[in-house]
Design a protein around this ligand. Structure first.
Ligand code: FDA
Length: 412
C-alpha cells in the first residue's frame, strides 16, 4: 500500500534532523529516513567527541568569507536568518553546557551526544516519524490529486508519496559511518549540476615523504602562516601544522586543503619575523658562532629537529657548520626565503577516509538561497553538506547544516 505524507527528508544527520524538527514544529507531517542504524553519527564523532557545533563569528554578519563554494555569498540569507546565537539558544533551553575553545569555536562540555539528544527531542516535539536502517531505492516524480509530487520506494518501509522532498544525505567523507553519493545521484536525476567533489579539511600527502626523511619529524607541531593560490586568489591561515608519517596535517593544513588545487603548491612561513633576511645578513658581521647555532638563537620558536632537518638540505648542508660570518649573503638570503616562503608540492590528500568534509556538490546556482529549494523541480530541497558549500574548520560546517536545515524546514 502507498502512504502519503507532507514532507520526506532523506538523511538523519545534522541538517536533516534540524529541517525535520523545524518543519514538524510548524505543523507539517514529516518522515525522516536514514539508511544507517544510528542517527547523527557524524555529530557523535565530531570535535573529538565534544562536537564543535558552531562558531561565534557566525553572528548574523556576512558569513561568506568562511565558506568555499562557487558562490560563497549564497550562504548569506540562511546564515543571517539562523545564527550561532540561535543554535546556542536551543542548547541553553535544553541545559546543554558548552565552552569556547579557540577562535570562537564552541564545544559541548560533556559530549556530542548532547546535541543528538537535543535534536531528537526537538523532532519529537514536531511529531517527526522515523525510519532508520531504511534505504530509498527509487524516487519518481508524480502529480496526484492530493498534491503529492514524489513517490519513493524504500527497502523496509514500502512506497511513500510526498509533496516535499528534502535531501540531507551529506557528503562522501567517512563512508564507514554511512556517507554515500546518493544525494548527488538524485540531484543529477532531477537535472541539477554537481560541482566536482573532492575531500576537504583533509591532511595533505607528499611524494617521497619518507625517502626524504620528513617522516622522521612525525609528531612535531609548530605555528605557521600557510598559503596557497596566486594573485588575488591567494588564501592564508595562521594556525599550527603537524608533521605526520604521510605528510602534513594539523589545523593549518586542514584549512588550506579546502582551497588547494591538485598540481599546485602550498607555502609555509615558519618564521613570522619578516626581517629574517636582514637579521641574518647584518647580524653575521663579526659573529664567531656557527650558522646552525646562530639560527637556533634567531629562531627560538622553530623546533630544533626541524631546523636541523632544513640545514641538511643539499643547498644548505655544507654551510651548517661554517662560521656565520663566512657564509655569503646569497646563501643567507636563500635560507631566509626558505623560512619565510617554504614551497611544497603536495601529491594528494589522505582522501575521504580522513576528510572531515566534501568540497563541491549540488550547485548553488540552481537553488534558492533563502529556502534551499530547487529552481528546477518544485518541492525538492537540498540542505547541509550535499550542497556546494564547505565551511572552514571550527564549527562552520555544523552551523551551515543548522542554518540550511532551518531554511528548508521553514519553507516546506
Ligand atoms: P551528515 O553526514 O551529518 O548526515 C547525512 C546523513 O545521511 C547520515 O545520517 C547518513 O547516514 C545519511 N545518508 C547518507 N546516504 C544516505 C542514503 N543513501 N539513504 C539514507 N540516508 C543516507 N563540522 C563542524 O562544524 N565541527 C566539527 O567539530 C566537525 N567535526 C567533524 C569530525 C569528523 C571526523 C567529520 C567526518 C566531520 C566533522 N565535521 C565537523 C563536519 C560535519 O560533521 C558535517 O559537515 C555535517 O555532519 C554535515 O551535516 P549533514 O546533515 O549535511 O550530513
Amino acid at each position: 500500500m502507498k502512504q502519503s505524507i507532507h514532507t520526506i527528508i532523506i538523511g538523519a544527520g545534522a541538517a536533516g534532523m534540524m529541517a525535520a524538527a523545524v518543519a514538524g514544529q510548524r505543523g507539517a507531517k514529516v518522515l525522516l529516513i536514514d539508511h544507517a542504524a544510528k542517527i547523527g553519527e557524524k555529530i557523535r564523532i565530531s570535535g573529538g567527541g565534544r562536537c564543535n557545533f558552531t562558531n561565534m563569528a557566525l553572528d548574523g554578519s556576512d558569513a561568506s568569507p568562511f565558506f568555499v563554494s562557487q558562490n560563497p555569498r549564497f550562504v548569506r540569507p540562511a546564515m543571517s536568518a539562523y545564527t550561532a546565537q540561535d543554535f546556542m539558544h536551543i542548547l541553553r533551553a535544553h541545559r546543554v553546557r558548552y565552552h569556547e575553545k579557540h577562535k570562537g569555536q564552541l564545544f559541548c562540555d560533556d559530549s556530542a551526544q548532547n546535541i543528538i539528544d537535543v535534536l531528537r527531542v526537538e523532532c519529537d516535539k514536531g511529531h517527526v516519524q522515523w525510519r532508520t536502517s531504511c534505504s530509498v531505492t527509487g524516487v519518481r516524480m508524480i502529480n496526484d490529486s492530493l498534491g503529492m509530487r514524489f513517490e519513493l520506494d524504500t527497502s523496509t518501509a514500502g512506497t511513500w508519496r510526498c509533496a516535499n522532498l528534502i535531501i540531507a544525505t551529506g557528503g562522501l567523507s567517512i563512508p564507514a559511518i554511512g556517507a554515500s553519493g546518493f544525494g548527488y545521484a538524485l540531484a543529477e536525476q532531477f537535472k541539477h549540476t554537481i560541482v566536482p567533489t573532492a575531500p576537504a579539511l583533509v591532511p595533505l600527502t607528499f611524494a617521497e615523504w619518507s625517502k626524504n626523511g620528513w617522516a622522521e619529524l612525525a609528531g612535531l607541531s609548530l605555528p605557521v602562516r600557510i598559503s596557497t593560490g596566486e594573485g588575488k586568489k591567494i588564501m592564508s591561515f595562521d594556525e599550527d601544522i603537524l608533521f605526520s608519517h604521510k605528510g602534513l596535517t594539523g589545523p593549518a593544513v586542514l584549512q588550506i586543503s579546502s582551497y588547494w588545487q591538485a598540481n599546485t603548491s602550498i607555502a609555509l612561513n615558519i618564521q613570522s619575523d619578516a626581517h629574517l633576511e636582514q637579521l641574518l645578513c647584518d647580524g653575521k658581521l663579526g659573529a664567531k658562532i656557527q650558522l646552525d647555532t646562530a639560527l637556533s638563537q634567531l629562531l627560538p620558536n622553530v623546533p630544533k629537529r626541524l631546523l636541523n632537518h632544513i640545514l641538511t638540505r643539499p643547498e644548505f648542508e655544507k654551510y651548517a657548520k661554517h662560521k656565520w660570518a663566512d657564509v655569503s649573503d646569497k646563501v643567507l638570503r636563500q635560507l631566509a626565503q626558505h623560512f619565510n616562503h617554504w614551497t611544497l608540492m603536495p601529491s594528494g590528500t589522505e582522501g575521504y577516509k580522513k576528510a572531515e568534509v566534501t568540497r563541491g556538490g549540488v550547485s548553488v546556482k540552481e537553488l534558492h538561497n533563502g529556502t534551499m529549494a530547487s529552481k528546477l523541480c518544485d518541492g525538492l530541497y537540498f540542505v547541509g553538506e550535499v550542497v556546494d558549500v564547505t565551511g572552514w574548520l571550527g564549527g562552520y560546517n555544523f552551523q551551515w547544516a543548522w542554518s540550511s536545515g532551518v531554511a528548508a524546514g521553514r519553507a516546506v
